[in-house]
Design a protein around this ligand. Sequence first.
Ligand SMILES: [Zn+2]
Length: 400
Amino acid sequence: MWAELLPIGRSSASGGYRRYAWTGADADCREWFRGHAEARGLVYEVDRNGNQWAWLGDPAEGDAVVTGSHLDSVPDGGAFDGPLGVVSSFAALDELRSRKAQLDRPLGIVNFGDEEGARFGLACVGSRLSSGQLTVEQAHRLTDEDGVTLARAMEAAGYDPERIGADRERLARIGAFVELHVEQGRALDLSGDQVGIASSIWPHGRWRFDFRGEANHAGTTRLGDRRDPMPVYAETVLAARRAAELAGAVATFGKIAVEPNGVNAIPSLVRGWLDSRAAGQETLDTVVREIESAAREHAQAHGIDLEVVRESFTPVVEFDHALRDELARLLGRDADLKVPVLGTGAGHDAGILATSVPTAMLFVRNPTGVSHSPAEFAAEDDCVAGVRALADVLEGLARR
Ligand SMILES: [Zn+2]
């Protein structure tokens, strides 16, 4: 399964992946999912928001156990973020069948659409729509960098954008959702464990900073006469780093747009996107407030207009404690497999679902901690341990 997915959307230059929602690479991934669902005799369906489901047993019975993740990627992403969870789901099902496991509850595998938000700037669109955390009106306002709306993109990929919207009845049939994911940090590497259980997802958000100055000639405009937004932006980036460091949080300006974007032109606009996350809401508020106030101070000193817009926000997610304890108990049967419980700064569909469904996450060790990059990696042994852990969990949960 892994080898089949590997070439899809892969750049020959960097080895990284570009599997944006509703593009050709995404369609190939989705075709792969459908193929594996059907090859196993599972009931395959696509919901109104384009999320793919594969069922063993009848979900209408309710109290279903569901596992899965996503297949889309960030720009130049790694092979594991998302696909490891989906491949492991099918592999865990195969493992359960070879064990002749007794499954009393319906078992589902899901591929959530557009998790990374790489194309339309909002993460977890598929799960947000289904859970009602993204309204139809908001979804219809989403556009990609070429001005293509989400609706158009879905239509071009063969889906009906008029059907999108909350799908609470479907989610109400799920008794437990478990997402397996490659770890996006080094906690497991440092503790020497192959698999861990998630405790919480840090609150996180994205803010757009628009610094507006005045375009002018880079050769003839005296420094004192300039209204150059770039140094102000640079000061803001440094302030973000300092504020995050002091608070034990993270803050990143990873995307920037410059107008007119010429080597010999002073910019008229620098637009930078801040991504910030912290273990607690108060800390995050403080960090973002400090960054914004530093930006305003420097903007004022340089005659730059500043507008800050919060583009998205996800509050802290505490995973269901009872389910988390149940996972620890199920995995604890194997004395060799210790299961540390860890928090994460990365968002996931599991975090979105957690507001409506008892939800848990399993992490698989990532030796470098690198993710959202072609260097993202998990060793085969660890991936196999992840599949076994997932199979143990699903078997334990699916037994009444
Ligand atoms: Zn992911």
